[in-house]
Design a protein around this ligand. Structure first.
Ligand code: C2O
Ligand code: CU
Ligand code: CU
Length: 463
């Protein structure tokens, strides 16, 4: 038997073993946290290198990938509100790339968008301050035009956690869960082939990964309350998360904590969105439950995958023997001041068509929208067609006002909002500072790469 035939055989065995999960069940790993290399106060200084690597995405199968500092997901960056973050970035990839700090409010020159690629062999120092009030779960990924989907699929994504000095949930054990999906061919190589259906839907992989692992096991102690920070780093896959028997306490979204926790049986996470959930260990030693993704129909009838109605299992939650004391959860987590839509001086309408925004394709040399620094505005997103689009604005966190005319129950900071097919969403945003050019786009990466993106220029001294 040739080596490649043996490999195919092993992959087939692995694939057969995977749905059951048990055969590969490993404890859930946490991505490595990058060590701060400076002792300067209120400063986090780190180095990130993007480079080709060979890693085992499936146990026993090596795959050629791209990785930040050799790991998928990339290392976690941790800093505090008010810290200066300095990232010495080195591009050892054979193609241009950038690092975009998804959701962070920062100077436009540090945003790592498609206008600022770092050439192969080149380097760039990202240097910005994490502002007070910005504590939350963010993530970083490449953003070169036309290649974002490819590079993310190759393995380039990681988390950036901004912590508050007075975090009301600091006493809870914390787990980071980065959700991604991949597809391997019969040789264990990443499969980037695209058919017309995937062009329409965006690429979904058949391997569902949590922190780069298939069906890992997370240990939960009876009585304990864990804080899960979840990042959807998938290019196109939506996750409708549920943990049977364990309603979540939803405590935060893209831009950090809510004012109060809300109980939810399930939570929908569109590409690039984040949630913070509290999971209560109400079971007994030895009990098991599964973190699942329930079916969600984001598709047009013509391109809906045959297996879209399948519930997917992401991770096993297994109760350990030792009990833990159940902590009290503060009634108020932090104040979230409401951005007043009555103060809005402008309105922007964004009509989302398949591949276009307001009938236009992205042009790096065109400014689509101009706004005045300091202004508060309302954006109205309309999706007249038959597929959902997760809409993302760079640089500024916003507050959703209503979805399809239904007022949002409480203010929360967001940088991405899903606009379901046939529906509309309105949000309010204030361009508090940082003039410059800011991207807005659909975060289904195939849509973005094909030009479903525009530029907002925030100008000092008026529009
Ligand atoms: Cu996650 Cu334009 O970004
Ligand atoms: Cu972004
Ligand atoms: Cu889209």
């Amino acid at each position: 038997m040739t080596a490649s035939l043996r490999r195919v055989g092993r992959l087939a065995l692995l694939a057969a073993a995977l749905p059951a999960g048990r055969a590969t069940a490993q404890p859930l790993r946490q991505p490595p946290v990058l060590r701060n290399s400076t002792t300067a106060p209120h400063t986090v200084e780190v180095t990130l290198v993007a480079a080709p690597a060979r890693l085992a995405l499936l146990p026993g199968v090596t795959t050629d990938v791209f990785a930040y500092n050799g790991s998928i997901p990339g290392p976690t960056l941790e800093a505090r509100e008010g810290d200066r973050l300095i990232v010495h970035f080195q591009n050892d990839l054979p193609e241009p790339t950038s690092i975009h700090w998804h959701g962070i409010h920062l100077p436009a020159a540090m945003d790592g968008g498609p206008l600022d690629p770092v050439p192969p062999g080149g380097s760039f120092d990202y240097d910005f301050r994490l502002l007070p009030g910005s504590a939350g779960t963010y993530w970083y990924h490449p953003h070169p035009h036309h290649r974002t989907g490819y590079q993310v699929a190759q393995g380039l994504f990681g988390a950036l956690l901004v912590r508050a000095a007075d975090d009301p949930l600091a006493q809870l054990p914390e787990r980071l869960l980065i959700l991604s999906d991949s597809r391997l061919d019969h040789h264990g190589a990443l499969d980037h082939r695209h058919g017309p259906v995937e062009e329409a839907n965006g690429r979904e992989g058949n391997l569902l990964l949590v922190n780069g692992q298939t069906s890992p096991t997370l240990a939960l102690r009876p009585g304990e309350v864990q804080r899960w920070r979840i990042v959807n780093a998938s290019a196109a896959r939506y996750y409708r998360l549920t943990l049977p028997g364990h309603p979540f306490l939803h405590v935060g979204s893209d831009g950090g904590l809510f004012e109060r926790a809300v109980e939810r049986a399930e939570v929908l996470l569109a590409p690039s969105e984040r949630v913070e959930l509290l999971v209560r260990g109400t079971g007994s030693p030895g009990n098991r439950t599964l973190l699942q993704s329930l079916p969600y129909d984001r598709y047009t009838p013509q391109t809906r995958p045959a297996d879209w109605e399948r519930t997917r299992e992401l991770m096993t939650v297994e109760y350990s023997r030792e009990r833990a004391a159940t902590p009290a959860i503060p009634a108020v987590l932090r104040p979230v001041p409401r951005l007043d839509p009555a103060r809005a001086t402008g309105k922007r309408l964004m009509v989302l068509f398949q591949g276009f925004i307001n009938g236009r394709l992205f042009d790096a040399n065109r400014v689509d929208e101009v706004a005045a620094l300091g202004a508060t505005e309302i954006w109205e997103l309309e999706n007249p067609l038959a597929m959902d689009h997760p809409f993302h604005l760079h640089g500024f966190q916003f507050q959703v006002l209503d979805r399809n005319g239904v007022p949002e129950p409480f203010p929360a900071w967001k940088d991405t909002v899903n606009v379901p097919k046939g529906e509309s969403v309105r949000f309010v945003v204030q361009y508090t500072d940082y003039p410059g050019k800011w991207m807005y786009h659909c975060h289904i990466l195939d849509h973005e790469d094909h030009g479903m993106m525009g530029i907002l220029e925030v100008r000092e001294g008026g529009a």
